[in-house]
Design a protein around this ligand. Structure first.
Ligand code: ARG
Ligand code: ZN
Length: 466
């Protein structure tokens, strides 16, 4: 089923010799010259991301009116062509594009589903740095994911809950939307006075004029598009700097404030505990956005500043914080490797509980292992859940964490913790794959664990007790 959009596009582009390989990211020359691919080659989300260039920086200027739900925006992307390009795509769903320039020269553009197809006046040379400016506006709508959940720009009663995993970035800015391409970000967000706009990284400044407030945020560390946010609401704001020099910015909806306070108070301690286990906190800023978005049903580890749809419990805070290492700093290369995010963040919850007087990881493992063979936990393997519809399923979170526990049993506590640390160090700010994790586990422990991990990650059904 994941191939269908690619086939549909082949028909649409029938006038030029586009091959399946081209659609999957390995485009060659065409009659028209050289075109970037409409997808990054991920079979779970074939049109997510694009081929032919790398974005270095996004500069997003957004004006949003919660009353009319209108977004007025300009995005400036600084990118580098990875091959000669006469044409390239950006991901953008909905919204009206009014102008596109490439290096200040007006460029031709058209829309094709979730692709914004840009043809610059002059072809881009391989290796050329270029700047694309897209002016657009409209009412952003979330995207419905294969599992039925919604992500992207999700309207709330006082603003918007903005969470882009796995493919919602394109609902509010033109993006190279696959996590393979990380970039730094600047956000300039203008909202009616009294509302707060919270994005990633550090707050550079905030100014009110003519009953509107502009918030300027900057994330200098590489970030996947799905981790960007521009959440807007009526928030209570709290700011402080931790002992380790991390700037914390918490934004909390008043309706969630009482329930959130005792958990948010633990954030510095949770980050300090995770830093001890996983290595230094990967970013300069931290915090939380606690929204009141009853229809959403999930939280997201938005980089530096996780986003909650309601007051989180401590497990959830520990989980989203752990994602700052596992997912945000060390980012997956293909969505099938999602267990590298969710299995690890879940295992962080188990470790936290174990080291804070709660249930041990062994007991968490045993409780899950007791589930009968017909249970949903064993419905599919976590290492390749099979399609985008299953990336947030129980096997990915729970059996993914069980895989890590099986590894821990095999190599011992000391080497297990050395593996986790070596992992976050080796891929800090970058990307990784499951195969790299298996190799690193073997190198660090000196033990052969590939069969064990293959069983826990890739085989159908309930594995034998390790
Ligand atoms: N990564 C998030 C978490 O487990 C879950 C995101 C779910 N997204 C979705 N569209 N259902 O922390
Ligand atoms: Zn998670």
């Amino acid at each position: 089923p994941s191939r269908q959009p690619a086939r549909r596009r082949t028909a649409v582009l029938a006038t030029v010799p586009v091959t399946v390989a081209a659609l999957l990211g390995t485009t060659g020359p065409t009659a028209a010259g050289t075109t970037g691919a409409p997808g990054a080659g991920d079979p779970y989300f074939p049109l997510s991301g694009n081929g032919g260039y790398d974005v270095r920086h996004y500069d997003l200027t957004l004006g949003y009116d919660p009353g009319s739900r209108r977004l007025d925006a300009t995005a400036v992307l600084t990118a580098r062509a990875t091959r000669k390009l006469t044409r390239f795509d950006l991901d953008l769903k909905g919204l009206k594009v009014t102008a596109v320039t490439v290096d200040r020269t007006a460029a031709a553009f058209r829309r094709d589903g979730q692709e914004l197809v840009v043809s610059p006046r002059h072809a881009l040379r391989e290796g050329q740095e270029f700047r694309v400016t897209v002016a657009y506006h409209g009412t952003p709508k979330p995207v419905t994911d294969p599992d039925g959940s919604a992500d992207g720009w999700i309207t709330t009663d006082d603003g918007a809950f903005v969470a882009g995993e796995p493919q919602g970035a394109m609902t509010w800015f033109p993006a190279n939307g696959h996590p393979k391409d990380k970039a730094s970000y600047d956000f300039t967000i203008t909202v009616p006075q009294g509302r707060t706009a919270v994005a990633n990284g550090v707050l550079l400044g905030q100014r009110t004029a003519h009953r509107k407030t502009t918030f300027r945020w900057r994330e200098t560390q590489p970030m996947a598009a799905y981790l960007a946010t521009a959440t807007i609401g009526k928030f209570h704001v709290e700011r402080y700097t931790t002992r380790d020099g991390i700037q914390v910015y918490n934004a909390v909806d008043a309706r969630e404030a009482r329930a959130a306070a005792p958990v948010l108070k633990k954030l510095p301690a949770v980050l300090a505990w995770e830093s001890k286990l996983f290595g230094p906190y990967p970013f300069r800023s931290a915090g939380s956005i606690v929204d009141h978005a009853p229809d959403v049903g999930y939280a997201l580890e938005t980089q530096t500043r996780p986003l909650y749809d309601s007051a989180p419990d401590l497990d959830t805070l520990v989980h989203e914080s752990a994602h700052q290492w596992f997912g945000d700093s060390v980012t997956l290369t293909a969505w099938k490797d999602i267990w590298l995010n969710e299995g690890f963040a879940t295992y962080a919850e188990w470790l936290y509980s174990e080291q804070h007087g709660g249930r041990s990881a062994q007991r968490a493992f045993d409780a899950l292992y007791a589930r009968p063979a017909g249970d949903g936990l064993w419905a599919y393997p976590p290492g390749d859940p099979g399609s985008g519809a299953h990336i947030f399923g129980t096997p990915v979170y729970a059996r993914g964490a069980m895989a890590l526990h099986a590894l821990r049993r095999a190599v011992g506590d000391r080497d297990f913790l050395r593996i986790l640390r070596a992992w976050t160090t080796a891929h800090r700010g970058g990307h990784a794959t499951t195969a790299q994790f298996v190799r690193l586990a073997e190198k660090t422990s000196g033990k052969q664990v590939d069969r064990l991990l293959r069983t826990w990650l890739y085989t159908q059904g309930k594995p034998n007790r390790p």
